[in-house]
Design a protein around this ligand. Structure first.
Ligand SMILES: Nc1ncnc2c1ncn2[C@H]1C[C@H](O)[C@@H](COP(=O)(O)OP(=O)(O)OP(=O)(O)O)O1
Ligand SMILES: Nc1ncnc2c1ncn2[C@H]1C[C@H](O)[C@@H](COP(=O)(O)O)O1
Ligand SMILES: [Mg+2]
Length: 192
């Protein structure tokens, strides 16, 4: 499957930085198909499948699930929406450079990477608050710490990897949601 570059936007950043929040607003305004790797994985867990049980154990520890599993899920979800999609907004992928390389080989290069950036302290605060109601097994102090450590170790290098192709737009997510979205809109509108 190859999908044209202008039809793929990546949303990346630390846990709790606000990726999902901004993606919802992007979908409402631009009508892209939102595919969150975390949401796809949680749906598999919720299905109660054997694969879901293994995924749950990994996610509960704040670790990354195997590359092939997550890329296959994204690819299947993209194919399922191919007839109706106005473009894809892929949230939470790639989590490591190797995932980016495989994505480019199997699906193609993206047009834009929205780097949703917030301080560690802000991300922890947001996730602890979200954990009061989210029901997410990984929104607890111990797992949040592991997710943050893994973000800085494995995912931040992804930003440097895409900076080489000039497609990274850093979004200050310390601001209120609507002000963050104004920066996001500018980055997307510049594509046109
Ligand atoms: N700019 C903002 N200001 C204040 N709160 C925000 C902002 N953006 C998001 N939030 C809140 C909404 C959520 O309760 C929480 C985390 O946001 P969310 O969009 O779910 O993060 P995320 O998708 O990057 O996290 P994860 O990687 O864990 O899925 O913070
Ligand atoms: N792209 C991914 N690769 C490996 N593991 C992933 C990926 N996206 C999500 N996961 C796992 C590991 C994360 O801690 C949880 C939750 O993801 P989130 O984006 O925070 O909803 O799922
Ligand atoms: Mg999210």
């Amino acid at each position: 499957m190859r999908i044209s570059t202008e039809d793929k936007i990546l949303s990346n950043g630390g846990p709790g930085s606000g990726k999902g929040t901004q993606c919802e607003k992007i979908v409402a305004k631009y009508g892209y198909t939102h595919l969150s790797s975390g949401d796809l994985l949680r749906a598999e867990v919720a299905s109660g499948s054997e694969r879901g049980k293994q995924l749950q154990a990994t996610m509960q520890k704040g670790e990354l699930v195997p590359l092939d599993t997550v890329l296959e899920m994204i690819k299947e979800a993209m194919i399922a929406k191919a007839d109706v999609s106005k473009g894809y907004l892929i949230d939470g992928y790639p989590r490591e450079v190797k995932q980016g390389e495989e994505f480019e080989k199997k699906i193609g290069a993206p047009a834009l990477l929205l780097y949703v950036d917030a301080k560690a302290e802000t991300m922890v605060k947001r996730l602890m608050k979200r954990g009061e109601t989210s029901g997410r097994a990984d929104d607890n102090e111990e797992t949040i710490k592991k997710r943050l450590d893994l973000y800085y170790k494995a995912t931040e290098p992804v930003i440097a990897y895409y900076e080489k192709s000039g497609i990274v737009r850093k979004i200050n997510s310390e601001l209120p949601v609507d002000e963050v979205f104004a920066i996001v809109e500018k980055a997307i509108d510049e594509l046109k």
